[in-house]
Design a protein. Structure first.
Length: 150
């Protein structure tokens, strides 16, 4: 599994309830551009429209070695899910007020582009502070344990 890009800000801004691996419908040279690693997931989100899951605001730079027309780098892209998965996500998003956010885009073992989509709930400011404090405490503890073992 070769990771192309991650949405590091999503783990800071949201509490992850559930993750699901989904495919993505790409056009033209977008796959080659992904292989170059010219993708950005910042401020990307997914919405449910007409019974489909659509990814908004994902930036895929135009492929550098082509002379054909370029697609809009921030165009909407359809995510590929089974019908029952789509229905389940629709229910959770509408019922609990959750949001769909991509965490990572990668190529699986077969060379197919996949997105790790997360069902998330927004964090409050005090939750973010608590997470930072826990991370710092764990880092200090690991440092002490490392020094003790050396």
């Amino acid at each position: 599994m070769k990771s192309i890009a991650t949405n590091r800000k999503a783990r800071h801004e949201y509490t992850i309830v559930e993750t699901i691996e989904v495919g993505i419908a790409l056009k033209g040279t977008e796959v080659k551009s992904l292989r170059e690693g010219t993708v950005n997931l910042r401020d990307t989100y997914a919405s449910l429209e007409r019974g489909e899951v659509i990814l908004h605001n994902m930036y895929i730079a135009p492929y550098s070695h082509t002379s054909e027309r370029h697609l809009d780098p921030r165009r909407e892209r359809k995510l590929l899910l089974h019908k029952q998965e789509t229905k389940r996500l629709i229910g959770k998003v509408r019922e609990k007020g959750l949001t769909l956010v991509p965490l990572k885009i990668y190529f699986n073992d077969n060379g197919i582009a996949k997105i790790l989509l997360a069902l998330v709930k927004g964090k409050k400011l005090y939750d973010k502070r608590r997470d930072i404090a826990e991370r710092d405490a764990n880092r200090d503890l690991q440092r002490v344990l490392k020094d003790k073992n050396s």
